[in-house]
Design a protein around this ligand. Sequence first.
Ligand SMILES: [Zn+2]
Ligand SMILES: [Zn+2]
Length: 334
Amino acid sequence: MSAPFAWIRPEPHGIHVVPADTWIDPARPVDSALVTHGHADHARGGHGRTIATPATLAIMKLRYLTDAGSTPVEYGETIRLPGGVDATFVPAGHVLGSAQILLEHAGERVVVTGDYKRRPDPTCPPFECTPCDIFITEATFGLPVFRHPPIEEEIAKLLKARADNPERCVLVGAYALGKAQRVIAELRGAGYREPIYLHGALERMCRLYEELGVDLGELRLVAGMPKGALAGGIVLCPPSALNDRWSRRLPDPITAMASGWMRVRQRARQKMVELPLVISDHADWDELTRTIEEVDPGCTWITHGREDALLRWCQLHQRKARALALVGYEDEDD
Ligand SMILES: [Zn+2]
Ligand SMILES: [Zn+2]
């Protein structure tokens, strides 16, 4: 009989499920991969076999133009891997298709969260707490300074900036997968019925969300619109386009950015953001600590961000924990 949990091994380039010779979110191509969600630091192309939710596979197909070797697994469905390992996909509440992966082997249960948040998001099902022995959590915003405000407040700021400046437009930098669609859906939830204008780089992902059942209301491309028609409008673009030549075609844009990093004033200044919107698809400090309390695992493994403060919090609260040294995982918003 081997040592407890010897079958799950954190390596620098991913978490190795040894008896199944399968990797979770590996940073380089492998024969067999379990993928938590479609962000580029988790979902890479080139694996022999990719096991993920149908929405994550559709996102990967859009990005990598191939779905060879795809094995779809629905939320709540369990797939038996070689070596007697069962894998179950559980909603993570991060972006469309995002999942935690519950692994069961020899009576031991390990949950790998991938990225997650606890706030409601109209574009994906909510995070579910799953009892386990080892809980492997992300820590992108694992510092007490990170406390995200309610999204309603940030959306209200955006709508007020628009209403106060009828001759200008509000240009919101938002990551193409997840953030852009969530901002649009929250605007619709707040009663905003006008067309929302898109930079071309956001179009395909928004269309895919719609195909997968997320209603985003009327979307129009900026390309081809006369400048004046965009006055008083809301325009979304990828963060990289906020200050480039492309934005010159817009009527005196108010530059906004939707990101958890907007909590850091210096970052907002660096990016010349006039209207920082603290909107994150990651758990903030309170969500991280509350989740560890609710899941109440035997041990917490911390990865993917600012591990130290969360490690210390676990120790102070008499919880077993360790920090993992995985490489290559950075929030795409960054
Ligand atoms: Zn992510
Ligand atoms: Zn990530």
